[in-house]
Design a protein around this ligand. Structure first.
Ligand code: GLN
Length: 537
């Protein structure tokens, strides 16, 4: 039987529930358990694919083409698991199922209600990952306890705990213990109130994990235990880590969170094997090779979460090279001014991430021009690749108006154009080229070198592509097509030969990078940046 751990959050959002859930998954996996993870989001979008990164952070894409919450990135990176469409449900998706069923006559004669119809569907979603190959599913509930829209999800947890048995359906509540500077005190009251809200709906959490800035005293833990109805030895502290989020599982293991979970679920402890993880964390804290400066020029720079997987993958590339990466986040529109271009002066590498819409595109093109002509390692991803193609067309081929038809429908040189299968698509949600596709690499290219294989599989999320009508022009002028779809029709990677390291891909390699296994392109890019730093080329 598959067991469940429900992770809820209290007091405020942004507590790091995803990282906590992923850390627990990583520890349980390191003790030999087969773990799957799922995020349930109480908002009404069917998935986050249609939301601006400013609203919701990055949209994480799975192998099977789901556009999902960025916490799934933590799940894959920490726990080394592969997520799927069944790993992210929203209230919108659940309501949509219930409403379609109602229209089809699935409830004929009945009144369709939040309880039991919506809550039943929430329970079906929560059990979607159960199988004989999975020992434990961790279900993280988005939002904060007390939100009106979370109620059906909490009710579903309450029912499942009753139906599956308490030892098969744990409740972990992540809460905040704020430090009030003026009083010089840590406060447990908000957590007591948050647990009271959970109790109101019938859930008494088994475990409390307390997010804090400072170390908690024994008296705080005793107080929380008493007033929250949680055993004292099941109140844990999760203090802010100093260097890297990858320290979190190590800190939780020190307190025995994983052991407590297994004890409560009646599962044998088994041995914990996290030596390679600890070694990785040691490298993050003590990088032997100093520092490299990488500029990321994008349009959603002010929100760190908007490029979460990119920043993480850069850190992985750095770990693989025993170096620390200093990321300079630059707003693309700023590059369009002289002062903005100054920001590129001391960089060892430039990365242009994906994006939509024309704001900032010219800044990105200018930044790429700077990297190409100054022989600075360049890595373009999705829109970043499309901008590299536009830059090359404008400045090497001399097609001054070259553009993507996403930005200029009337250009004479549509070097990036809508993909054939996208021409008649009007609906926005879930309609891009999504998920994992194979790609064949050209021998002798940077890409083939770093991957060390000829066939790769990478995740996509785009509507536009390189326009093959211009392929010959580009090839003659020195652009290499380093990766193509197996049928040879879609350009997936472009490179420039006469440059120390210039590679740009149509897919999103950042989604497949993990701290223990950096993505080859990120590892190679950081290495090239180190060479630039040390040798100037
Ligand atoms: N807007 C571009 C397209 O749809 C790039 C998308 C992306 O960067 N993810 O093709």
């Amino acid at each position: 039987m598959t067991k469940h751990i429900f992770v809820t959050g209290g007091v405020v959002s942004s507590l790091g529930k995803g990282i906590t859930a992923a850390s627990i998954a990583m520890l349980l996996r390191s003790r030999g358990y087969r773990v799957s993870m799922q995020k349930l989001d109480p908002y009404l979008n069917v998935d986050p694919g249609t939301m601006s990164p400013y609203q919701h952070g990055e949209v994480y894409v799975t192998d099977d083409g789901a556009e999902t919450d960025l916490d799934l990135g933590h799940y894959e990176r920490f726990a080394g698991i592969t997520c799927s469409k069944a790993s992210n449900f929203t209230a919108g998706r659940i309501y949509s199922t219930v409403l379609s069923r109602e229209r089809e006559g699935g409830y004929l004669g009945g009144t369709v209600q939040v309880i039991p119809h919506v809550t039943n569907e929430v329970k079906v979603s929560m059990l979607a990952l159960d199988s004989k190959d999975v020992d434990i599913v961790i279900n993280e509930i988005g939002g904060t306890v007390g939100d009106i829209e979370s109620l059906p999800f909490l009710e579903a947890i309450r029912e499942l705990r009753q139906e599956l048995g308490f030892e098969n359906a744990l409740s972990i509540h992540l809460t905040l213990i704020p430090y009030i500077k003026a009083a010089g005190e840590m406060k447990t009251k908000p957590s007591q109130q948050s647990v009271a809200l959970l109790r109101e709906i019938g859930i008494i959490p088994d475990i409390l994990v307390c997010r804090t800035e400072r170390s908690m005293e024994e008296e705080h833990k005793v107080k929380l235990a008493l007033f929250c109805n949680v055993k004292r030895d099941l109140v844990f502290e999760e203090k802010d880590v100093e260097n890297s989020i990858y320290e979190v599982p190590v800190e939780l293991a020190k307190q025995g969170v994983d052991k407590a979970i297994l004890r409560l679920m009646g599962l044998p402890e088994k041995e914990l094997e996290i030596s390679s993880w600890e070694k990785m964390v040691h490298t993050v804290i003590n990088p032997a090779e100093g520092l490299v400066n990488i500029a990321v020029v994008g349009k959603y720079i002010s929100l760190r979460d908007a490029y979460k997987s990119i920043y993480e993958a850069l850190a992985h590339g750095a770990i693989a090279n025993s170096v620390k990466v200093c990321i300079k986040m630059i707003e693309a529109e700023d590059i369009e001014t002289k002062a903005g271009r100054e920001l590129l002066k001391d960089i060892h590498g430039l990365l242009i991430p994906g994006g939509f819409g024309d704001r900032g595109v010219n800044g990105k093109v200018q930044a790429i021009n700077y990297a190409r002509t100054n022989r600075i390692p360049f890595f373009g991803i999705c829109l970043g690749m499309q901008c590299a193609v536009i830059e090359f067309a404008r400045n090497v081929l001399g097609y001054k108006d070259a553009d993507s038809t996403e930005f200029n429908i009337k250009t004479e040189h549509p070097v990036i154009d809508l993909m054939e299968e996208q021409r008649n698509v009007t609906a926005k949600g879930g309609t891009m080229r999504l998920g994992s596709y194979p790609c064949m690499l050209t021998p002798g290219t940077i890409s083939e070198g770093v991957y060390g294989s000829e066939k790769i599989d990478e995740r996509h999320r785009h509507r536009y592509e390189f326009n093959s009508a211009f392929k010959n022009d580009f090839e003659k002028a020195g652009l290499t097509f380093a990766g193509m779809s197996p049928d040879g029709t879609l350009v997936e990677i472009v490179e420039i030969k006469d440059h120390p390291w210039f590679a740009a891909c149509q897919f999103h390699p950042e989604f497949k990078s993990t701290p223990l296994k950096a993505h080859p392109l990120f590892k190679g890019f950081i290495k090239a940046a180190m060479t630039k730093r040390d040798k100037g080329d």
